[in-house]
Ligand binder design. Structure first.
Ligand code: MD3
Ligand code: FE
Length: 217
């Protein structure tokens, strides 16, 4: 008989943490794909570079953004919207890599959302100090479709609020490789990200990247 120092269960680098009805954290879900994801992102961002967009209120966002897929999320003085065109390049957004859509679909399926076919991937890049204030994601057509988020690089503290901006928010730490599926009763809850603290990641330096996969239309 062999003696093992580590229990297989305690040794695994991926596990699930349900947050509430509709929200499931898949810790380490994309760890095996990190280099492939970052190479594909480099290619996307060469075509549609990250930029700090302006909110309808006239503030420049601390998070730098770009998109891939049929639709991209944009904001300017005119408001928030999804657009087929990158307003900076005047071209369509870069195509969403097939394996991005596949990863998002697999994650969604783990949470019970079958056949999720994202048509938009918003790319958010946080430098140290960047934050995202509490908001709802409600520019998509069908709220029965989940949103899948992928965290890469330095960690962040995610704020998961309620159905009203004033509701007390739960704090959820998100680290490199973590994926979260937000659907069902969680889909329209307020959420945000606290100012990112100084840290360094071997692949991304002092940055955090978050990808959100959405079904817009
Ligand atoms: C909960 N991004 O791009 S991802 C966003 O880390 C956004 O960059 C954050 O919120 C980030 O809109 C958070 C997690 C997330 C995304 C969408 C949600 C959580 C959500 C929609 C409903 C509830
Ligand atoms: Fe959001």
């Amino acid at each position: 008989m062999t003696l093992s120092l580590f229990d297989a269960e305690e040794n695994k680098r991926t596990w699930q943490e349900p947050l509430c009805d509709g929200a499931l954290v898949l810790r380490g879900f994309v760890l095996d794909d990190e280099t492939k994801i970052l190479a594909a992102l480099e290619d996307v961002l060469a075509q549609s570079p990250l930029r700090n967009m302006v909110t309808p209120g006239g503030f420049r966002m601390s998070v730098a953004m770009s998109n891939c897929g049929t639709y991209g999320w944009v904001t300017d003085r005119g408001g928030y919207r999804y657009d087929r065109m990158d307003p900076e390049s005047g071209n369509a957004w870069p195509a969403m890599p097939d394996f991005f859509a596949k990863l998002a679909q697999e994650a969604a399926a783990q949470a019970g959302f079958k056949n999720f076919e994202p048509d938009a991937c918003l790319i958010n890049r946080y430098e140290v100090g960047a934050r995202m204030s509490l908001h709802q994601d409600k520019n998509e057509c069908d709220f029965t479709q989940p949103i899948v988020s992928v965290s890469l690089g330095i960690p962040a503290m995610f704020l998961f609020g309620g159905m009203r901006r004033e509701d007390k928010a739960m704090r959820v730490p998100l680290a490199h490789g973590d994926v979260v599926v937000w659907g069902g009763a969680a889909r329209l809850r307020y959420h945000g990200v606290l100012a990112v603290k100084t840290a360094s990641h071997p692949l991304l330096g002092q940055h955090r990247i978050n990808l959100t996969f959405r079904k817009v239309n």
